[in-house]
Design a protein around this ligand. Structure first.
Ligand code: SF4
Ligand code: SF4
Length: 133
């Protein structure tokens, strides 16, 4: 299976060779989609990991045991509900209906449909949509 995860490295952990450990110990392969390191102190890493489901789950447990935050990424974007005013502008640019208005004119985000085109990020007048990748 293939899974996207966002890793958050706290201070003191960023330099450890966790990626090599994932490959060697858990038979996983990965692509780095995005990396951000703050003065070599802490950072985030967006990975696409590939392998058997059990190996991926074991690898994620290993990362968490080493104080690394692991978040599943289903969509390329995140909608901040506090900033969203349900204007519907983003739904006009989302070609796969990952962003839709419900019958009460409230925005619904179907994360599993997202193709990561990022068109909605610029379309939002309140900047409520944030790119994760
Ligand atoms: S990134 Fe593209 S596919 Fe995903 S929700 Fe935004 S417009 Fe839709
Ligand atoms: S464009 Fe922005 S404010 Fe409007 S519905 Fe979409 S996320 Fe909410």
């Amino acid at each position: 299976m293939i899974k996207k995860i966002l890793l958050s490295f706290p201070q003191g952990v960023a330099g450890k060779p966790m990626a090599m450990e994932l490959i060697k110990t858990y038979n996983l392969d990965f692509n780095i989609l995005k990396a951000s390191i703050d003065d070599n102190i802490k950072g985030t890493l967006l990975l696409e990991i590939m392998g058997e489901e059990a190996d991926i789950n074991a690898g994620i447990i290993f990362l968490r045991q080493n104080r690394i935050g692991v978040q599943d990424i289903l969509s390329g974007v995140d909608v901040d509900e506090e900033e969203c005013v349900d204007c519907g502008a983003c739904t006009a640019v989302c070609t796969v209906n990952a962003l839709e208005m419900d019958e009460n004119w409230k925005l619904v985000h179907h994360k599993d449909k997202c193709l990561e085109c990022m068109l909605c990020v610029k379309a939002c007048p309140t900047r409520a949509i944030h790119a994760l990748i």
